[in-house]
Write a protein of this length. Structure first.
Length: 259
């Protein structure tokens, strides 16, 4: 992937579990991350946001409504934005039952809990800072949490990514040793400037071409593409030279990517 990841003998193409093994377990929960590890994913991906009391929690949407029972527990608090709730309040929520009764009472985890829980279980982490403009200062809080869990800072274990390039520039200044991913497909003309701080360009797979992958590589960056759940599509993308596929089905992708 990046020079750092390659230096750690990472596989040629990384199998990356999107929000955990989210086809089979509720996204962004420890259950989904542990299942990804059991399915031999090379990395797991997660989405970090911030509570009203400035704690880092894992949630994809900017509201709690889709993946928890917040509407039942706090009926008067629409639209149930993550940043309007304290961690203690979010702790009362069930983030598993929406997916399956088998996961009833699975909690919304903090970033720190996941860094602890997965430290000896998962090889790598792809950490997305979600909607950072909603959470001024979130980059420094993520950096502090990572410094409190230094095993994740070993070469090749961690990539921090966002759709927000300004946020990633800020994060790069705080932790220049951590590889940075930019989500999206920026114009080829922008790649030289982005390569000043980014190590990876992480585009959606639709519309991705062999030539685009080659251009990103020619600027010294890698490509992780999302969200690829079909093995035939994954094979085509691997033939383009991508460095990782981000998937809800890490077990299926294991059959496609090398290790
Ligand atoms: O890691 C890629 C992917 O997570 C970006 O999109 O919306 O699933 O966070 P999204
Ligand atoms: Ca994400």
């Amino acid at each position: 992937i990046s020079a750092a990841l390659k230096a750690s003998a990472a596989p040629a193409v990384a199998d990356i579990a999107h929000r955990g093994a989210s086809a089979y377990a509720p996204e962004n929960t420890v259950a989904a991350f542990e299942l990804a590890a059991r399915q031999r994913a090379d990395m797991f991906e997660l989405d970090v946001q911030e509570t009203a009391d400035h704690r880092l929690v894992l949630m994809h949407d900017t509201t709690l409504a889709r993946t928890t029972d917040v509407e039942r527990v706090f009926p008067g608090r629409a639209p149930w934005r993550v940043g309007d709730f304290t961690l203690a309040e979010i702790r009362r929520l069930d983030a598993g039952s929406w997916f399956s009764v088998d996961y009833r009472d699975e909690p919304v985890p903090t970033l720190g809990e996941v860094l602890d829980a997965m430290a000896d279980k998962a090889p790598g982490l792809l950490l997305e800072v979600k909607e950072p403009r909603l959470y001024p200062g979130v980059e420094a809080r993520v950096a502090d949490e990572l410094r409190d869990h230094p095993s994740w800072l070993s070469p090749g274990r961690l990539v921090v990514q966002s759709f927000d390039g300004n946020s990633m520039r800020t994060f790069h200044r705080l932790m220049p040793e951590v590889p940075i991913g930019l989500l999206g497909a920026p114009p080829i003309a922008d790649l030289p400037k982005l390569a000043e701080y980014a190590d990876l360009i992480n585009p959606p797979y639709g519309g991705l071409t062999r030539d685009y992958v080659r251009r990103v590589h020619s600027h010294g960056m890698g490509v992780l593409t999302w969200t690829v759940n079909d093995t035939a599509v994954a094979r085509r993308l691997v033939s383009y030279g991508v460095d990782g596929v981000i998937t809800n089905r890490p077990d299926a992708m294991r059959q496609v990517v090398s290790r």
